[in-house]
Design a protein around this ligand. Sequence first.
Ligand code: ADP
Ligand code: MG
Length: 319
Amino acid sequence: MKEFTLIDTFFKEKGYQRKDVMLGIGDDCALTQVPQGQWLATTTDTLVEGVHFLPDSPARAVAHKAMAVNLSDLAAMGADPCWINLSLSLPNADEAWLGEFSAGLRELCEYYSVQLIGGDTVRGPLSITITAQGFVPENQALTRKGARPGDFVFVTGTLGDAGLGLDLLLGKANLSGKDRQFAIDRHRFPTPRVSTGAMLRRIAHACIDISDGLLADLGHILKQSHCGATLDLDKLPLSAAMQSLNDREKALEYALSAGDDYELLFTVSEEQKGNLDTVLANYNLKATCIGQLNGQAGKLDLRLHGEAYSFQGQGYQHF
Ligand code: ADP
Ligand code: MG
């Protein structure tokens, strides 16, 4: 299959179409419109086979993850997703793989009202780069540097499941039945917290998505906001699958340092806490308070059963 047939077959004029796209796939550039009063948030993430996903992962899972990691970045800024660009490096034009991959991509585009507006297709080792864009009202984006001493620290969902799922696939952990399936699904099909991110715009001081592990990503907020934090490890939200691990210490390690969960970590002032509870309840969303910030820049205190807990693990780093 030739490059252009491939693009026409799998990507051009397929899937969700938006009114703010003046010109989509097929020319040298796409042309799009940003509404008055909105800023454009832009993010890029690459997934490389063997680095970000296991060789022979299902194409649908690869598409899901490539989309989810990008949408999660938009969510962490409080942006509403609108457009994506897709840069594909493929070892060959495997039509079955492309069929599954593009169907997976379309499914998420449909769900989040996002249009694929362009990309690039080259031959090479399997790798997927998506650039995603979203709108955020002027001056309302959530950054890593807005946190203040006294803020409460919240996370969405449950922590560490994706890391557990990966270890299950690698034979480094042992679970069976629905706990096993749950963790593997969390690894393959992470849920970007798009609606939570948008809802947090007027409520949170700072926000980040957890891609490298709770402590690593909290570290970014502490650094950029010049704060310290105390975390109450008894409060970490753990899934039933995680709780079914016999090794409690290992479960804590997953929750603190495993990457790829794509939950949101955000901070909220005392005054906004009531507001947050109301909005979470109204939208049927969930977040758990796991600690509080203080003015001791860069200092992180972990407490378990009321006592200091020392943890040596690190988040994921490529280099
Ligand atoms: P150019 O050579 O001008 O960069 P290409 O020949 O690479 O353009 O691509 C032709 C059109 O197809 C462009 O509009 C481009 O954005 C789009 N395109 C190429 N690859 C993809 C892809 N994987 N997904 C979506 N659109 C793509
Ligand atoms: Mg090109």
